[in-house]
Design a protein around this ligand. Structure first.
Ligand code: KG4
Ligand code: ZN
Length: 342
């Protein structure tokens, strides 16, 4: 049995997890900073880094305790080394290096995107290759071809905002709170998603890339022209106009994500799809992908919500691939805010 301690601190979640033999999650602890950043309507990097410093020790201890183990039972330490907020990443990287040095353990540097992709394997270890991975979160919206285990080729990316970022910005515009995704999903329930016609979030050229800034601007224009900036200002409840507006926005985002994923599957002749990252929590997105899977005869795998948003179990799970291939990081490992996935 091999046991990896995973550490994740790339954005605003301090997380640690213990995973055995690739996919058996013994513990997964996540300390969220949502309350710290809520009043700013987005993550404040400096505050995030400081919170990570405070949380990292207790979170690692809790992960070991919940797994019923101690540092003596750990065989390797995996950590997110990028991409992400540099101050946040450095806290996890320094902690992992200190543990690896002190205990004489192998250190594994994991790309955050690879972690998200591996999250799909935790509950479905038998996923077959080739697969297409849609990574859709607050920081990323990309499609990857995974021809074999541990291999990734980017086929499409966002040219501007990430899908989660668009959810967050639209919610901020309407004063609905942070993070925007869950609020917009809730307000969209039973609303009329066809009430507003928004442009598809994609490039006008033939490329498969995403673009969410045109959609965001279209929403902003509607909000301004209809005077919807402060939907909860009088009375506390959100009007049906605003609910229809955010439901229409959500529909446009989902349509773009599903369309592009299908186009890539067809172009590459691939029938296995992984949908990962925070936005994959969205019930409507999950439902739409499930319908498409039935219609198009695709195998679509979407992790349960605890593994779609940032967590360290996915980092430990990805760490196994590096350990098995002998790809160990040195104690000179540095964090990289824009680390590409190779
Ligand atoms: O993966 P994640 O935790 O962090 C990044 O790596 O970015 O994703 C966070 C993002 C936020 O933008 C949040 O608004 C979005 O995921 N999100 C959602 C939902 N839950 C979280 N977006 C749409 N619907 C949701 N239910
Ligand atoms: Zn993430």
């Amino acid at each position: 049995m091999t046991r990896i301690l995973g550490i994740e601190s790339s954005c605003d979640e301090t997380a640690a997890a213990v995973v055995d033999d690739r996919v058996h999650v013994r513990s997964s602890v996540i300390a969220s900073q949502v309350e710290v950043h809520r009043k700013y309507g987005g993550v404040v990097p400096e505050l995030a880094a400081r919170r990570h410093v405070e949380a990292i020790g207790p979170v690692v201890s809790q992960a070991l305790e919940e797994a019923g183990t101690t540092m003596d039972g750990i065989d390797a330490v995996a950590v997110t080394s990028g991409p992400g907020l540099i101050g946040s990443l450095l806290v996890g990287v320094c902690a992992a290096k200190a543990i690896a040095w002190h205990r004489g353990l192998p250190l594994l540097a994991v790309n955050h995107i690879e972690g998200h992709i591996r999250s799909a394997f935790i509950e479905n270890p038998d996923v077959t290759f080739p697969a297409i991975a849609l990574v859709v979160s607050g920081g990323h919206t990309s499609l990857y071809l995974c021809p074999a285990e541990g291999r990734y080729r980017q086929l499409a990316r966002t040219r501007d905002d990430a899908a989660g970022e668009a959810f967050d910005k639209v919610a901020k515009l309407l004063g609905l709170g942070y993070p925007g995704g869950p609020v917009i999903e809730r307000l969209s329930r039973d609303a009329d998603a066809k009430a507003y016609h928004f442009p598809r979030a994609r490039m006008k050229d033939q490329s498969l890339d995403f673009s969410f800034s045109g959609l965001k601007s279209a929403v902003r224009r509607r909000v301004q022209s209809e005077g919807l900036e402060h939907p909860t200002a009088c009375g506390g409840t959100v009007s049906s106009r605003v609910r229809d507006l955010v439901a229409s926005f959500q529909r446009a985002v989902i349509a773009a994500l599903v369309d592009r994923t299908l186009a890539v599957c067809r172009a590459e002749g691939v029938r296995t799809v992984l949908v990962v990252g925070g936005v994959a929590c969205n019930g409507k997105l999950r439902e739409t992908f499930e319908e498409v899977a039935r219609r198009e005869r695709l195998r679509v795998y979407i992790p349960s919500p605890q593994y779609t948003t940032d967590n360290a179990a996915m980092i430990a799970a990805a760490g196994f691939l590096h350990l098995e291939r002998g790809r160990l990081a040195g104690l000179d490992l540095n964090a990289s805010s824009s680390l590409p996935l190779r």
